[in-house]
Design a protein around this ligand. Structure first.
Ligand SMILES: Cc1cc2nc3c(=O)[nH]c(=O)nc-3n(C[C@H](O)[C@H](O)[C@H](O)COP(=O)(O)O)c2cc1C
Length: 200
């Protein structure tokens, strides 16, 4: 059955979760597959930077182990769960990167420490690399603070990535008081979304 754009449901539920200060409202879980055998799934919490009527935007670092593989066909799934609303979304789609010029103004809104970390990944050690000690990290960050003392003029780093996942699959699970929950799967081919009900 053809359906209207289900990304609007995700947008609306997320807005409600944000306004109700749901503890998960700012976050999602990104699942990827390791590129090398053994086939291993890897998940991590990320801040959701934006949800539009087409895509969700996440910030990651080029140096990390997200195993994004070959864009746009890398295999990823993004999970949103809002416990105060008992609503879950599973989103899949094609991957692309925001242009550096579009990303930079968003990146400048990151907290000071998060910007310094992007510099740490670039100049010291990549994200997820083994640290010799916690002191090595703190030493690097304090050097970067001296180099970039003003939080508003930390230069943009090229290793910062804005990852856009343009949805072609969205599964919506909505908890119901009756205990018989509602589950719907929306899939998109070209510009047309189709909906099916699933056994919850
Ligand atoms: C609340 C929370 C928010 C996070 N937000 C981000 C984020 O927006 N971007 C990011 O790269 N890592 C974020 N992280 C760290 C990731 O969960 C993960 O540890 C890191 O990205 C390394 O993942 P990888 O080794 O699989 O690449 C966050 C962690 C938590 C707990």
């Amino acid at each position: 059955m053809t359906a209207s754009n289900p990304m609007n449901i995700l947008q609306q539920v997320r807005e409600t979760a944000l306004s109700q200060r749901d503890p998960n409202s700012r976050y999602c879980t990104l699942a990827t597959l390791e590129q090398q055998a053994p086939l291993q799934v890897r998940t991590r919490t990320l801040v959701v930077r934006d949800v539009s009527s087409e895509a969700c935007l996440l910030f990651v670092n080029r140096s990390a182990q997200k195993n994004l593989g070959d864009l746009p066909d890398a295999s990823v799934e993004v999970l949103f769960f809002y416990p105060t609303l008992m609503a879950q979304f599973r989103l899949r789609g094609s991957l692309s990167l925001m242009s550096a010029s579009a990303l930079e103004p968003h990146w400048q809104h990151k907290p000071y420490e998060a910007k310094l970390l992007d510099h740490f990944y670039q100049d010291y050690q990549p994200q997820s690399a083994t640290l010799e000690s916690r002191d090595a990290l703190e030493q690097g960050i304090s050097e970067l603070k001296k180099r970039y003392p003003d939080p508003d003029s930390v230069p943009f780093t090229e290793n910062a990535l804005g990852l856009l996942i343009t949805a072609d699959y969205l599964e919506v699970w909505q908890g119901m008081d009756s205990g018989i929950h509602d589950r719907r799967l929306f899939t998109r081919a070209d510009a047309v979304w189709k909906a099916q009900a699933l056994v919850p």
